[in-house]
Design a protein around this ligand. Structure first.
Ligand SMILES: Cc1ncc(COP(=O)(O)O)c(C=O)c1O
Length: 457
């Protein structure tokens, strides 16, 4: 009999060794993909190898190319860590190797997904009757939600887009805030709705869609319409004003989609909940679990208020795909058929923190964003450019674009923390995102000192 678990024990030892380095290793990778390619590439192996030897070689070869993204001082992009229970649950997902497409393939995966859905809706204050699909990320969630939106708005215009497609379909309008995330446009392209056809609604200095301009644009023309709003701008953390936006959408019969990849978690914490006021009035919501909930990659939720629109856009049917009566087949809410049971680590993340722990993590990360903003603003010539309402900070360091680019490179080289840059209002600036369960105030202080040192050289 083959030893099924020897490789697992080797993997556990390597995983433990990696996790033990997270607090202290330089955050950036030690080498680029070239070194890993050299270590792990070469000719296609003719003969197989012992599982433990494969894992050993893999872990050793990958090591210099690993980034401490799950560590407490990676403040680039919007990167969460992996809560211990969620990480361990993710290992179980692989060991169980369940196909989470159908109830008949895994009643366990189906049930855990249902519980995860219910808990997520409650945490986020969304309608309990909404349907939830567990997808790979914000991109998948936006695409799934906008597919449901596409179904519903065309149906409202008397057109069955699932049956007849887009050729010959009546025109629809899509309105997005000027600062909509890039993944919204990928979703629109994938759905055959196009990128350049979108009407862009001007945004204010924080990146919030102007609700008056939206109402005017909606009033300018009648017809089936989708509006994309945002909970948490990827640069500033700002929230669109959902009450007036929802009012305008209701008045004009538009489908309101909210991209809340990380920001929607603000609804789960008393100190930040006000930022999401009115968000529950939307028709669909995209939210990541691998960002601020700190579930491991990959996992996100596509949430749709009208389960029929969700099902109509995503359902899978075939002669051998017979549903178990009274049971929920997860595949009917996502674009995939066969898939891993990615709701399991999300369930574990929620259960390990509880409502109070999630609120504490969100509020702590927001306080840490304010803390680092205050510290960075004391660097001579530096300026914090955004209202730090959430976990995102934009800082212009001295020296113009070149100075800021050089500082970002120096910070990444130093390795105490990892910060990226972005272009904001035409300027290259530093961007900080704090969304890790393990980040302490001391991590923030060390990182602010490293930024100051990079500026002063
Ligand atoms: C507002 C927003 N939407 C969508 C995404 C895409 O999420 P993902 O990378 O999980 O697909 C992001 C990523 O940062 C985001 O900030």
């Amino acid at each position: 009999m083959p030893d099924r678990t020897a490789g697992l024990r080797t993997a556990a030892a390597h995983a433990e060794a990696f996790l033990d380095t997270l607090d202290d290793r330089p955050v950036a990778a030690r080498s680029d993909a070239g070194a890993v390619r050299t270590a792990l590439g070469g000719p296609l192996p003719e003969q197989g190898e012992d599982p433990a030897a494969v894992i050993d070689a893999l872990a050793t070869g990958a090591e210099p190319g690993l980034v401490a993204t799950p560590g407490p001082r990676h403040f680039g992009f919007v990167i969460g860590g992996a809560l211990p229970a969620a990480l361990a649950a993710d290992w179980l997902v692989s060991a169980w190797d369940q196909n989470a497409a159908f109830h008949s393939l895994s009643p366990a995966a189906a049930a855990i997904e249902e519980v995860g859905s219910t808990w997520t809706l409650e945490l986020l204050g969304l309608p309990r009757t909404a349907s939830v699909g567990f997808v790979t990320g914000g991109q998948g969630a936006n695409t799934t939600c906008l597919a449901a939106a596409r179904n519903a708005v065309f149906a409202g215009a008397g057109w069955d887009v699932e049956r007849d497609g887009l050729i010959g379909a009546p025109p629809i309008r899509i309105l997005c805030g000027e600062q909509a995330h890039a993944t919204i446009y990928t979703s629109l392209r994938l759905l055959g709705l196009g990128e350049q056809t979108t009407i862009r609604i001007p945004a204010d200095a924080q990146g919030r869609m102007d609700p008056v301009a939206l109402a005017e644009a909606l009033a300018a023309n009648a017809g089936p319409t989708i509006v994309c709003a945002q909970a948490g701008n990827v640069a500033t953390g700002a929230f669109d004003a959902f009450e007036p936006i929802a009012d305008a959408c209701t008045e004009h019969g538009a489908w309101l989609h909210v991209d809340g990849a990380f920001g929607l978690w603000a609804a789960a914490a008393p100190a930040t909940r006000h930022l999401t006021a009115g968000v529950e009035r939307a028709a669909s919501w995209a939210v990541d679990a691998h960002k601020w909930l700190n579930a491991p990659y990959d996992g996100a939720m596509a949430i749709v208020a009208d389960p029929d629109a969700h099902l109509a856009a995503m359902r899978l049917a075939g002669p051998y795909l017979v549903a178990d009566p009274g049971q929920r087949d997860s595949t009917n809410y996502v674009p995939e058929s066969s898939r891993r049971a990615r709701a399991v680590p999300i369930y574990a993340a929620i259960r390990s923190l509880g409502r109070a722990g999630i609120a504490e993590m969100i509020e702590r990360n927001c306080a840490q964003a304010r803390r680092i903003a205050k510290q960075l603003s004391t660097i001579p010539g530096a300026e914090v450019l955004n209202d730090v309402v959430l976990n995102q900070v934009l800082v212009r360091l001295p020296g113009g674009d070149d100075g800021n680019r050089a500082a970002v490179a120096a910070i990444q080289r130093d390795g105490t923390c990892w910060l990226g840059g972005t272009t904001w209002n035409g300027e290259y600036v530093l961007r900080v995102s704090i969304s890790n369960w393990a980040t302490t105030d001391e991590d923030v202080d060390r990182s602010a000192a490293a930024v100051a040192a990079a500026v002063t050289g």
